[in-house]
Design a protein around this ligand. Sequence first.
Ligand SMILES: NC(=O)c1ccc[n+]([C@@H]2O[C@H](COP(=O)([O-])OP(=O)(O)OC[C@H]3O[C@@H](n4cnc5c(N)ncnc54)[C@H](O)[C@@H]3O)[C@@H](O)[C@H]2O)c1
Length: 243
Amino acid sequence: MPRRLDGAIILVTGAAGTLGSAISAAIEADGGVVVRSDLAGRPGTDVALDVTREDDWTAAMTAVSSRHGRLDGLVNNAGVVSLGDVEQTTFAEWRRVMAVNADGVFLGCKYAMPLLALGTRPSIVNLSSVSGLVGGANLAAYNASKGAVRLLTKSVALAGARKTPQVRCNSVHPAFVESDMVEGIAGATRDPARSKERMAGDIPLGRMARPPEIAEAVVWLLSDASSFMTGSELVLDGGLVAR
Ligand SMILES: NC(=O)c1ccc[n+]([C@@H]2O[C@H](COP(=O)([O-])OP(=O)(O)OC[C@H]3O[C@@H](n4cnc5c(N)ncnc54)[C@H](O)[C@@H]3O)[C@@H](O)[C@H]2O)c1
């Protein structure tokens, strides 16, 4: 079977996390070459990149340029979750979440664009969430940050459509995934097992997503199979926002 990403150079942020590792593995399984970036000291990282730091982005792009000379794809996957309604969320926490989830994606699109412009059929995939589509009372900062990713994606897609070569950009919106992030959310409640049951029970398909199910969609968006798709939202939520 032909591999969809043969030889494509793709930078993944937050690559040491649950989805970052699954996405990186799926890209490699399809023939791509992954530059794994994450915070310094995280396992398996090729490039230390705190997505909130402009100077980390410029250094990472210099490293990718000297190693590979171009980028064919970027997956803005790094993200943090925070629980709290608008009154409970401190301004410092709001700023932290917005810095990683929104500033990080902005900086990624901005600083990767010159190397993507040297790539072959370049594509950006931004990890938003169902929480970027619908609100939750206790997700004030997370909702705002993932909503920002959704609309920034469309602006980047429109700018990318004017470039030569054209750079596509789409967002992915998973519901709960079996992951460290969900373990963290459930772990913060009085009854973690019950809390996970409730999360899965809210999803019409009756379970959380498995990381490879999200990774497969990201590979598809990076590949030429999705060549007419840009500025779009791929919702992977087991039917959660259908009702
Ligand atoms: N897990 C879910 O249920 C779920 C659902 C919808 C969307 N998402 C989104 O998917 C993405 C990945 O989530 P995950 O479940 O793999 O989370 P995770 O916590 O397992 O991994 C996140 C990774 O991001 C890295 N990271 C954190 N701050 C960073 C920074 N400033 N710079 C660079 N890297 C940083 C962490 O070190 C970690 O490796 C996130 O954007 C998240 O919001 C997750």
